[in-house]
Design a protein around this ligand. Structure first.
Ligand code: XCA
Length: 243
């Protein structure tokens, strides 16, 4: 039984790689770079750093043929519903256990973001959220965490899982279809790498995505009362209330 990918699957994977190709571009200028270079990053700095990832995820979605089939209302609803989940998945891939920080090719290593930044956030939920994030890191199997293409497919499965916020019947049909297609493509890709062993991912992924949903649902007030609103970028403030 060959697990070899067929040409349609290989082309679909190339489309995914292409859509995500801008995620790791180095950051050259602007306010965000300053936020990265500060030794003691404040919650406002974290917001301006998240702005970079969020903007790149929006740009990624616009490069996806599947996403562009949707109405503008449908596109907005998916990004609204899936942004924090995709951000969190990004956080797992950038998480460096030895330094307990997020490292990124976007800036030189010394400008990493310490996970201890959670300790400056809203005391009502910062400890639970930090704990949930660490749980999610271990819930995503090493083989998945270290595989950029698998992570990209997981982000797309997450993005196309928010059809409940969408009203148009045509959008809902398309979203369900792409959710099924990206899920199938991920498992075919994993089969092409691990053969029969890929079955283990069929069990662990749904549980990890359930935890991801809980993280996202509890993130909204995490930065509440800790950010200088006028100094923070507007996009992250659409997902994390600041006052
Ligand atoms: C991945 C990112 C660092 C690298 C940023 C860089 C532009 C890149 O994308 O490579 C870190 C910085 C702040 C982190 C969030 C902070 C609070 C969070 C609060 C939660 O509840 C979940 C996780 C998040 C969203 C963190 C995800 C990873 C982020 C975006």
């Amino acid at each position: 039984l060959s697990f070899q990918l067929n040409t349609a699957e290989l082309r679909a994977l190339d489309n995914v790689r292409e859509a995500f190709s801008g995620m790791n571009e180095t950051l050259d200028s602007g306010k965000q770079r300053e936020s990265f270079m500060k030794n003691n990053k404040t919650p406002t700095d974290i917001m301006n750093i998240m702005d970079i990832t969020m903007r790149r995820l929006v740009k990624m979605s616009k490069k996806l043929p599947a996403f562009n089939e949707l109405s503008n209302e449908g596109k907005f609803a998916l990004l609204k519903g899936g942004m924090v989940e995709m951000l969190t998945v990004r956080g797992v891939t950038r998480y460096d256990a030895s330094s307990n920080s997020w490292k990124t090719p976007v800036v030189p290593d010394q400008y990493n973001v310490p996970v201890s930044m959670f300790d400056q956030l809203n005391m009502d939920c910062r400890d639970e959220q930090k704990h949930r994030f660490m749980q999610f890191v271990s819930a995503l199997h090493e083989d998945l965490r270290k595989n950029e293409l698998a992570i990209s497919l997981i982000m797309l499965i997450v993005l196309f899982s928010h059809r409940d916020n969408v009203n148009s019947p045509n959008d809902r049909i398309l979203i369900d279809k792409h959710h099924r297609d990206y899920s199938a493509l991920l498992f075919r890709y994993l089969e092409s790498l691990y053969g029969e062993d890929a079955r283990k991912f069929q069990e662990i992924l749904p549980r990890a995505l359930e935890l991801l949903h809980v993280i996202s649902d509890h993130s909204i007030t995490l930065f509440m009362g800790t950010v200088k609103t006028e100094e923070a970028e507007p996009l992250p403030r659409e997902f994390f209330k600041t006052d």
